[in-house]
Design a protein around this ligand. Structure first.
Ligand code: NAG
Ligand code: NAG
Ligand code: NAG
Ligand code: NAG
Ligand code: MN
Length: 424
């Protein structure tokens, strides 16, 4: 009697504490527990069931994280199709796509508003340019410097050329064409060539990778690409320019951005939005503070900032010799003891004392992983950033944000139609 009476009470207390995923498992455990009369045993059975269920959930979450990494790494069929068809068009009609029509001097005119966009994703890059043009008050004052790799050069030239740029200027180049980017000058290229690192990236077989979803992130081949490290060479790529706006290929521009050029940079090099809150996104999370070089130079609680929309003062960069600083730290990190991979840690290090925090509405982050960003914040954002694995061009992209990106895809374009992009 006492046993039977106690059961609903115990079950009630436990059920209130349970997440909804666990309820069914707990009910099953209670049913199983019926033949037992010792309440202690029943409670233990419930605890075991809950623990087992939690373990399952944790494992499922890990699998989910890994699956989204795989999705983020692979190129979806329509995107691949688009690059192939655009390349074929470039080869078939070279005379249409040879060089930008606008006067070349615009490319070096410091009085213009210059953008740097480095990408091997032709559709994503086209969305960045199209959204920036669509929202600029006077497109003819804007210049887009698009840099891709040799393989995607033809496709990128065609997609940008076929766009209605409303008088904006552009150039499309392959990073391989910048001769100063060679392995005797660029530590990253030297490191990429080292057999050691190649092994680190490519010999990680699936079974080991699934064991370690967080480390897996650092094996994403995108961290290898020179395209990612081009951002550290802006003053040399654009020697005539004083300032340039760096945009990731997973952003959408929603406002005229010329206000950025009016900001007083206080002699700083890098204008960026800060990302820290509470104890999160502080320097200690990005680099190894057990290392004496790091410990000596940096405050572990310094606030992190984001790449994606960075306003660079190239004159200050040259004066501060930021590229030399980057080279020094990148060389120190040959054996990856200062930080793992990627461009944010060396960025935080290089621009430690030369970053100017920008007002947050310039650059709203997280649209590729955070479903709870407020729509108000997004509406007010000058630039939104789909950082995270759920890119808007992937099936796993988040539906509530996808339209912000798809509105700048031209679904009537014949190349886009031929490649079966699903209209929004
Ligand atoms: C590599 O770059 C350096 C510095 O930018 C340059 O002086 C050198 O000529 C380049 N080497 C080659 C082989 O292009
Ligand atoms: C997987 O990990 C084990 C132990 O860490 C290692 O011995 C093995 O060589 C790894 N396999 C691959 C393919 O990297
Ligand atoms: C890592 O490299 C630095 C500089 O190249 C060197 O001084 C240091 O001893 C190396 N550390 C390890 C653990 O190999
Ligand atoms: C951090 O730096 C220390 C000192 O050089 C080194 O022993 C340790 O292995 C580093 N940690 C990582 C994760 O690389
Ligand atoms: Mn990004």
């Amino acid at each position: 009697m006492g046993g039977r009476g106690a059961l609903p009470v115990v079950a009630g207390v436990v059920l209130v504490l349970l997440a909804k995923d666990l309820i069914r498992a707990a009910r099953a455990a209670i049913a199983d527990a019926k033949p037992l009369f010792d309440p202690q045993l029943k409670i233990q059975r419930l605890k075991d069931a809950i623990f087992a269920q939690n373990e399952l959930l944790a494992r499922a979450k890990k699998r989910g994280a890994f699956a989204s990494l795989i999705a983020a790494k692979s190129i979806p069929k329509p995107l691949h199709c688009l690059a192939v068809r655009l390349t074929a068009e470039r080869i078939a009609r070279p005379e249409n796509y040879a060089d930008p029509v606008p006067p070349p001097h615009a490319l070096e005119d410091p009085a213009m508003f210059h953008y740097a966009i480095f990408s091997d994703n032709v559709l994503a890059a086209s969305v960045v340019v199209r959204s920036a043009v669509a929202n600029s008050l006077d497109p003819s004052k804007h210049v887009f410097h698009v840099v891709t790799d040799r393989m995607n050069l033809g496709a990128m030239q065609v997609i940008i050329r076929l766009m209605d740029l409303k008088g904006a200027h552009y150039e499309v180049k392959a990073f391989e064409d910048y001769k100063f980017l060679n392995s005797s000058y660029v530590p990253v290229l030297r490191q990429l060539e080292s057999a050691n690192l190649q092994k680190f990236y490519f010999e990680n077989k699936l079974e080991n990778a699934t064991k370690d979803a967080s480390n897996m992130k650092f094996r994403n081949p995108k961290y290898l690409s020179m395209l990612n490290h081009l951002r550290f060479y802006l003053p040399e790529m654009y020697p005539k320019l004083h300032r340039i706006l760096f945009l990731d290929d997973d952003v959408v521009v929603q406002r005229d951005l010329t206000g950025l050029w009016k900001i007083d940079m206080d002699g700083k090099v890098n204008g960026a939005v800060e990302t820290c809150f509470g104890s999160f996104h502080r320097y200690w999370q990005y680099m190894n503070f057990s290392h004496p070089l790091i410990k000596e130079k940096f405050n572990p609680n310094a606030c992190g900032w984001a790449y994606g929309m960075n306003f660079f003062d190239l004159d200050s960069w040259r004066r501060e010799k930021s590229t030399e600083q980057y080279h020094y730290w990148q060389s120190q990190n040959e054996n990856r003891t200062l930080w793992k991979l990627g461009t944010l840690p060396p960025g935080l290090i290089t621009f430690y004392s030369t970053t100017k925090p920008l007002e947050k509405s310039w650059h709203v982050l997280g649209l590729g992983y955070n479903p709870s960003i407020s729509m108000e914040e997004i509406r007010n954002a000058a630039v939104v950033h789909f950082n995270g694995n759920m890119k808007p061009w992937l099936d796993i992209g988040m539906n509530q944000f996808r339209h912000l990106w798809t509105k700048y895809v031209d679904y009537d374009d014949s190349f886009i139609r031929q490649c079966n992009f699903a209209p929004p």
